[in-house]
Design a binder for this molecule. Structure first.
Ligand code: DUC
Ligand code: ZN
Ligand code: ZN
Ligand code: ZN
Length: 483
């Protein structure tokens, strides 16, 4: 069984050229002219690109007293519908729960996936068991470890735990990830706002100003530097954290920043002059920011100081959001976006001239494939790569609406947005899952993708380590020993 993608223009992170693509056994078997196969897909007028990779999803995650509503079934179906062919979800142990135990829970859920997936492991508490199991987790092909610097009293780890875990991740050759917000300050501001009678969803934004993110991002970067571990900062929403990442990268540190499509295209006005439901549906952490912060994120994608556009897809129904009526701290944090990330980024990024099509591929697929050591199995159009592809029609248009989405929730934060640029076909390991919006994907088709450790250290630290290698100290009058 073979498939030809005919008459398209291949667009990768660094090349644009006309060629046909032959798919056999779920992989790209040949790229060129005059290829033949059993079935043909017409890509006339379209770009043939690596399928999107969304490295930040929370599917069926126990969180804030409930579970996020999109699971591996509806979540990965949403992904494919929008041109994303792989997701990386966070396996999340509750504090005190073993990592392998949490992994088992995630394995029990992910069997329903329509597209390939991997996991990051969250470190939500610290102890000997966590230290020990981290090695087993890496041996299972999970090499990225996420830490929450917020959600005090729940998922948050303190600096001593952060440092210990970062060192362990570094020693195992993995990468550390952070949700960077100062959880102590957020808790303090939230309590004050509530005490002053600010109970509505807009108070969520006031409780998490850009400074809490900038401070935590900078702290995480410094701790990662001292621990010698590469660092990936999720959901960078503002100039304050972008600035810290920019500086770190300029200093030669291995630090990456990930803005979300939501923060790039929606702003804080969504919380103000809006009814309760509208605002609460958009409560996520970090919250939406003002236009200047948004501009900073776009600039970062253009300049390369920010590397990846993700979604943090964590979808709750209106009914779930209403758990927080009377107390904004009880509104489940999270928004959807899996289905809309690629069309929204194309519309707001490529159609506006802010990003080239090649840059679009880089930030939706190839960069994260390299960071997570998935490349060139994923994130590439190369002979031997998985045939995870999207045939992208830059002229196709639609208006986003909850009524026709794959997601299981009852609204869409992008409701009413007109997008231009949509998948004509989405192909997951050689199987056509979407044809012009029509779903033909299969539950359970998705496979777990194991990853090898990158084994890279944070370069600035490797220099620092040499400078501070244990050596006898000569103090005045006291001869050093052991020289
Ligand atoms: N932020 C959210 O909005 N939801 C899930 C977790 C997170 O960090
Ligand atoms: Zn987060
Ligand atoms: Zn600001
Ligand atoms: Zn998240």
């Amino acid at each position: 069984m073979s498939t030809i993608i005919r008459n398209g223009t291949i667009v990768t992170a660094d090349l644009t050229y006309k060629a046909d693509v032959l798919i056999e056994n779920g992989r790209i078997a040949a790229i060129g002219d005059n290829l033949t196969g059993n079935t043909e897909l017409d890509a006339t007028g379209c770009y043939v690109m690596p399928g999107g990779i969304d490295p930040h999803t929370h599917l069926e995650m126990p969180f804030m007293g409930t579970y996020s509503t999109d699971d591996f079934e509806s979540g990965t179906r949403s992904a494919l519908s929008g041109g994303t062919t792989m997701v990386v979800d966070f396996a999340l142990p509750s504090p005190g729960q073993g990592l392998l135990d949490a992994l088992q829970m995630w394995d029990n859920k992910s069997g329903r996936a329509h597209c390939d997936y991997s996991y990051h492991m969250a470190v939500t508490w610290w102890g000997e068991q966590v230290f020990d199991e981290m090695k087993a987790v890496v041996d299972r092909g999970i090499t990225s470890f996420k830490h929450f610097m917020a959600y005090k009293g729940a998922l948050m780890v303190n600096d001593d735990e952060l440092f210990a875990s970062f060192r362990r991740v570094g020693d195992l050759g993995g990468i550390a990830m952070v949700h960077a917000e100062n959880g102590d300050v957020v808790a303090e501001l939230s309590a004050r706002l509530l005490a002053e009678g600010n109970t509505g969803p807009e108070a969520h934004a006031y409780s998490r100003p850009p400074q809490v993110e900038g401070e935590a991002t900078n702290r995480a970067i410094m701790v990662a530097d001292m621990a010698g571990v590469p660092l990936y900062v999720v959901h960078v929403s503002c100039e304050d954290s972008h600035e810290a990442i920019r500086r770190a990268r300029q200093q030669g540190k291995r630090v990456w920043g990930e803005p979300l499509i939501q923060h790039l295209t929606l702003d804080e006005s969504e919380y103000f002059n809006a009814d309760w439901d509208h605002a609460a549906r958009r409560v996520m952490s970090p919250p939406f920011r003002n236009k200047q912060h948004q501009e900073s994120l776009w600039n970062g994608l253009q300049a390369g100081s920010l590397s990846v556009v993700a979604t943090d897809h964590c979808a709750f129904t209106t009914e779930q959001k209403r758990y927080g009526i009377g107390d904004f701290t009880k509104i489940p944090n999270g928004t959807g976006g899996l289905e809309d990330r690629m069309p929204m980024l194309w519309t707001e990024g490529v159609n506006t001239g802010r990003l080239t099509p090649n840059e679009f591929v880089a930030v939706t697929s190839t960069n994260i494939a390299k960071i997570l050591n998935l490349y060139p199995k994923k994130g590439a159009v190369l002979v031997g790569s998985d045939a995870d592809l999207v045939v992208w029609d830059p002229e196709a248009e639609k208006t986003i609406t909850a009524g026709s989405q794959q997601s299981a929730i009852d609204y869409n934060v992008f409701e009413g947005k007109k997008v231009k640029g949509l998948p004509r076909y989405t192909i997951t390991r050689g199987v056509v899952a979407v044809t012009e919006g029509k779903m033909d994907s299969r539950e359970g088709h998705g496979e777990f993708v194991a990853r090898e450790p990158r084994g890279t250290v944070n370069r600035a630290l490797s220099q620092w380590k040499e400078l501070t290698a244990p050596r006898p100290v000569e103090r005045s009058g006291i001869p050093a020993t052991g020289v």
